[in-house]
Ligand binder design. Structure first.
Ligand code: IP8
Length: 257
């Protein structure tokens, strides 16, 4: 049985969400180093931040698209931030292989109907680090939809668990010390029951986020607890938080269990 950790590098960390099409290259480089030093078997996902979200707000894609040229631009920009991340990972000597979600998943009314995750499984079994990212997905009803990096990562997690992989945990790397309450303190743990009360503290997505922001992340993570996989939300802007989370050391964050 192969042990793996699922890691998502959030768009808010790897890009500057206030500047269109701006990647935080130095942060990506540091996070890549922390991934390498940990020596863990990882499936990596990353968000689109000010790349895909800027374009998706303009051209659509969540429930179909406004123009053919527009959706081509969204798909291209989602790929652009992936190319930047891949260049850094490969330079860091991480055996990272990019899988384009658009070519691996088919949806209907926003729900995944078909996938080709077998390719990811084969790469993971060979000791490679598969990388996926938030992307435009073809949708049989809406023409297209948009899946966030964590949604794709969690679906791959379910698939791999059914294939006998042991998923140690999911780590979501954002720009805060986990989830904050109304006083700005980290909520150490969220469960299905406590979420009903805590939901009101969690900010609604900003206009420039087409996939639903923190609430969406938590609700997706709660679904993963049903198959026994917990999610840890940590701050990627703090040096070594990702490394410590990978090595099961103490971090400042929120666990969803
Ligand atoms: O940043 C969104 O992915 P996310 C993907 O992981 C696009 O939510 C194309 C906007």
């Amino acid at each position: 049985m192969k042990n793996i950790v699922l890691v998502k590098l959030g768009g808010s960390v790897i890009t500057d969400k206030s500047k269109a099409y701006f990647a935080n290259v130095d942060i990506i480089k540091r996070l890549a180093k922390e991934l390498r030093i940990s020596k863990k078997s990882i499936i990596l996902a990353h968000g689109s931040g000010s790349f895909g979200h800027t374009s998706a707000v303009k051209y659509g894609g969540k429930k179909g698209y406004k123009s053919k040229e527009g959706i081509a631009k969204v798909a291209r920009d989602a790929m652009e931030i992936n190319r930047i991340v891949m260049d850094i990972l490969v330079k860091e000597k991480i055996p990272a292989i990019s899988f384009r979600p658009m070519s691996m998943i088919l949806a209907k009314s926003g729900q995944m109907e078909e996938n080709f995750f077998q390719a990811v499984e084969l790469a993971a079994n060979q000791g490679l680090i598969p990388v996926v990212y938030g992307d435009v997905i073809w949708d049989k009803k809406w023409k297209s939809t948009i899946y966030s990096g964590e949604t794709i990562l969690n679906r791959i997690g379910i698939y791999l668990k059914n294939k006998g992989f042991k998923i140690d945990k999911i780590i979501q790397v954002g720009e805060t010390n986990g989830v904050y309450d109304d006083k700005g303190n980290t909520i150490p743990r969220i469960t299905k029951n406590s979420w009903q009360n805590l939901r009101k503290y969690v900010y609604k997505p900003r206009v420039k986020d087409v996939t639903g922001g923190m609430q969406h992340k938590i609700e997706d993570a709660l679904k993963m607890t049903e198959i026994g996989v917990n999610t840890l939300l940590i701050n990627g802007k703090v040096k070594n938080e990702l490394l410590n989370a990978l090595l099961n050391k103490k971090v400042k964050g929120t666990v969803i269990k």
